[in-house]
Design a protein. Sequence first.
Length: 268
Amino acid sequence: MTKLFTLRRLPKCSAVAGVFTPFRTSPVQIRGHRSAASANAPDRGFRRTPNIVERTWIAVSSGIEAMMDPTRQETVAYLGEATGPYFLGRIRDKMLIDPVGRRILRERPVINSTTMDLERLRQLPDGTFGREYVRFLDQEQVSPDTRVPVKYIGNDELAYVMQRYREVHDFWHTLTGLPTTIEGELALKWLEFVQSGMPVSMLSSVIGPLRLSSAERRKLFSEYVPWAVQCGSSCRFLLSIFYEEHMERPLKDVQKEFGFLPLPDILR
């Protein structure tokens, strides 16, 4: 089998303390949104665990900005970091009881354009997981290099769990068939919440629909959400799947093995 990804491990080193600074980062255009930090670069020199006062301020500040402009990827990311440590610990524990999850935690693979051979994936037959994944990236004009690096989680293992959580997001779009419309992204947040219990997923699920019309909200809650809850309840734990090793397999086989329910055609 041709090797389609290169294992790159997340560096291990201790976090350093520092003085709290506002969460705005250098403006870099990513994923069609306005600004975010540099891609997939776990800058350990600035990663730390804030105290309770700082954590509260980060959560409130980023929460307000996320409500004002949910397209600001870094504010949603920092909201997740400020509200999610306990739930990240639960995710880590669920990974530890699964052989694949334990291997992921041990090897700490990173997903970016260096570790994933995107050109090779484009040469795979139509209908394979890898081909459909890069088709999604190309259609949406996004890259695996565009995830906000973890900043406010000092624990090495939990920081990696959060990074992995972000990096596999586009695999979930590929496996579910969910579009990148507001309804599609909110449905994915419901699926994530069922799986992980992360508060930021629930907050997004509650706040996001406020931006929809009444007809769109009815469709979201009557069609997308029931499917997302059912899919999230039936599929394998999302963080215990080594997605990179299934690129050459037919997408339908991967969906079936890991329990992803087909998205109804009416929702595509």
